[in-house]
Write a protein that binds this ligand. Structure first.
Ligand SMILES: [Zn+2]
Length: 117
């Protein structure tokens, strides 16, 4: 389950950020993840619960938001969200081209907000 290592990384970043801002109590963290990262929100929740337990982050809320996959057609440059989760063999709705699309959104994974005091 790669969510465990993701949450481990998030906790490290949050700890650093909180230290930098001199806050000690985490209330909520919002994580944005693109569709292509294959993150399962439920698994992320579970990993968060397990890894934050017995730490200074126990009881803090994890909020996740998924960004849909968006591609730019390699032939006509039109942007679209493919029906199926694939950056290849996704037919462009404008011209029908299936190959060579560029991923505009869907690969990102970042902390959007940390609420702490
Ligand atoms: Zn096209």
């Amino acid at each position: 389950m790669h969510e465990m290592s993701i949450v481990q990384g998030l906790l490290d970043i949050i700890r650093q950020e909180m230290g930098r801002h001199g806050v000690t109590r985490l209330h909520e963290v919002k994580v944005v993840h693109g569709r292509l990262t294959n993150v399962v929100p439920e698994a992320l929740d579970l990993a968060w619960e397990v890894l934050s337990k017995d730490t200074e982050f126990e009881g803090a809320r994890l909020v996740t938001e998924e960004i849909p996959l968006r591609l730019r057609c390699g032939a006509c440059r039109a942007e679209f969200s493919p029906e199926h989760l694939s950056a290849v063999l996704a037919p462009c709705p404008s011209c029908g081209e299936e190959l060579g699309h560029e991923v505009v959104a869907g690969r990102e994974m970042y902390i959007a907000q940390i609420e702490a005091e």
